[in-house]
Design a protein around this ligand. Structure first.
Ligand SMILES: O=C(O)CCC(=O)C(=O)O
Ligand SMILES: [Fe+2]
Length: 154
């Protein structure tokens, strides 16, 4: 992906805040940082000074569902500053059509009640990019599609 440098002196959105809809994503960025993650108190942290051989592993919503919420699908975005364009590569894990994401029973007990219904990956993925989903907050899509209880905070 290529993100254009913003106008001089500006701090501009390159990619809107979202959680990933593939099972997981590996991101590699080239020289110019810009990837930010949202932490619990609503603060955004820029991932800076990644070595050129680093990859960022992003847990997607289906992996959060599989792990019964133990793995967090972090909200992230790209913000641009400075005068250089940014290049990144993202490798998405998309399972075969027909794959059902099912929480293993080992992740469910009295302290950790089941949070999500079994979900058909491709149905969820298509829903996430469908017209009705445009009116739903991106971070809520998993809960709207498969949540069994009110959303747990990320
Ligand atoms: O370009 C990046 O570093 C982030 C890309 C990303 O979050 C995505 O494609 O889902
Ligand atoms: Fe992403």
């Amino acid at each position: 992906m290529k993100y254009m440098a913003p106008p001089p002196g500006e701090y501009e959105r390159g990619l809107f805040a979202h959680t990933d809809k593939p099972v997981s994503t590996l991101i590699c960025e080239d020289q110019v940082s810009g990837l930010e993650i949202e932490v619990n108190d609503g603060q955004w942290i820029k991932l800076t000074n990644l070595s050129p051989s680093s990859f960022v592993f992003v847990v997607g919503d289906p992996l959060k569902a599989w792990s019964n919420g133990r793995l967090k699908s972090v909200n992230h975005r790209v913000m641009m500053s400075g005068d250089k364009d940014r290049y990144s590569i993202a490798a998405f894990v998309i399972p075969n059509e027909g794959t059902i994401i099912k929480t293993p029973k080992e992740f469910i007990d009295d302290q950790h009640p089941r949070l999500f219904k079994d979900l058909d990956f491709m149905e969820f993925f298509l829903f996430a990019f469908s017209d009705p989903a445009r009116h739903i907050d991106n971070g809520e899509l998993l809960h709207v599609f498969a949540g069994l209880s009110p959303p747990v905070s990320n």
